[in-house]
Write a protein that binds this ligand. Structure first.
Ligand SMILES: [Zn+2]
Length: 344
């Protein structure tokens, strides 16, 4: 975690090209080491204790979410919404309150058209979880935006997370973890393709954690250089087969619509369209497609109904290879699998 902190301190000084080159090199070096746990980590398909299935008897669940990184991404939200509306999907958009001016008209429009809005960190500077005292201060502000925007969901920038500290936030759910993604800075993983409950807070509160389960667009297309959606398809089919939750997190900032003045980090939005079409063509009638709010409601309700509740305490995140619990406050699994000799 110290390396992560240092990286985010020096990051503003590094040219963007160099930042990306370093991240690409890191992934290239790690990829062969993680082939047994990425993109599919088999143990993550295990159903939680007491699991009684998805509503309406659906085979698997489908969630689409978007972290909006900048003004540039905010300007593209309308076009992303239009794609999804045309194909019969809905999603949730998470905005950064203190990095750019979040448009209240867009927020209202999203909700009016059946989408959802949430909060994506506070400043997006990689420092949210640097210290407990800083987090406590920032969480007061985040709670203010959650209330002002009338939303209940949080998505942490850079996937940095501390599930115990997240208990400060007035949320019903969080989407800051993943079933498996060894390429994220923090390391470790939630190790499940199902939602789970984080509880154990002194005030008796809890929230639902909804890990993403399909590789992020930026990792796949920008850092790894894929030009097709084969990895998404492979993972989706595996999730469907195991009756889990397909949760795809993408970034409107990187959607390319073929414009001459497009950003160099864009990938063709047609890849996203292709993936949604694949889901429809292959699985229509078999998936429970909802917004994260609905997923959190469903899971909260199932907790009160079931005696065999699937509850994970804030510190109970497993390292996928060594099965050790990762201590949330020390995050022992940063570059864990190699340094500890757990390479699979
Ligand atoms: Zn972000």
């Amino acid at each position: 975690m110290l390396l992560v902190k240092i990286y985010y301190i020096v990051k503003p000084l590094l040219p963007r090209k160099l930042q990306l080159a370093l991240r690409k090199m890191r992934i290239k070096a790690k990829l062969p080491l993680y082939k047994n746990i990425w993109p599919v980590y088999r143990q993550a398909g295990q159903k939680p204790a007491g699991w009684t299935g998805w509503p309406e008897n659906k085979k698997f669940a489908l969630l689409l979410t978007h972290d909006v990184e900048s003004d540039y991404g905010q300007d593209k939200c309308e076009r992303v919404m239009a794609i999804e509306e045309r194909l019969g999907f809905r999603s949730a958009f998470y905005f950064v309150p203190e990095r750019y001016s979040v448009c209240p008209v867009l927020r209202r429009n999203l909700v009016k058209r059946g989408f959802e809005v949430g909060v994506h960190g506070l400043k997006h500077d990689g420092k949210l979880y640097n210290s407990r005292s800083d987090f406590d201060k920032r969480s007061v502000k985040i709670n203010k935006y959650l209330q002002e925007w009338d939303c209940r969901g949080f998505s942490s920038p850079c996937m940095l997370h501390n599930l115990e500290w997240t208990g400060n936030l007035n949320i019903q759910y969080d989407i800051s973890t993943y079933d498996t993604d060894p390429f994220e800075p923090q390391g470790g993983c939630a190790g499940t393709i199902f939602p789970f409950c984080v509880q154990g807070f002194s005030n008796g509160s809890y929230y639902v954690e909804i890990p993403y389960t399909l590789p992020q667009d930026f990792t796949l297309f920008n850092l790894m250089g894929h030009t097709d959606i084969d990895v998404w398809i492979k993972k989706l089919d595996w999730i469907a087969q195991h009756g889990g939750m397909a949760h795809l997190k993408t970034h409107p900032d990187y959607f390319g619509f073929g414009e001459a003045n497009g950003h160099r980090e864009e990938y063709p939005a047609s890849l996203y369209v292709k993936f949604l079409e694949y889901i429809k063509d292959k699985y229509t009638g078999h998936y429970w497609h909802v917004l994260p709010n609905d997923m959190a409601d469903f899971y909260s309700a199932s907790l009160t109904r079931s005696a065999n509740r699937s509850i994970i305490r804030p510190s109970a995140i497993l390292c996928p290879t060594c099965k050790r619990l990762i201590e949330q406050n020390s995050i022992t699994c940063f570059t864990p699998f190699v340094s500890n000799g757990h390479t699979s």
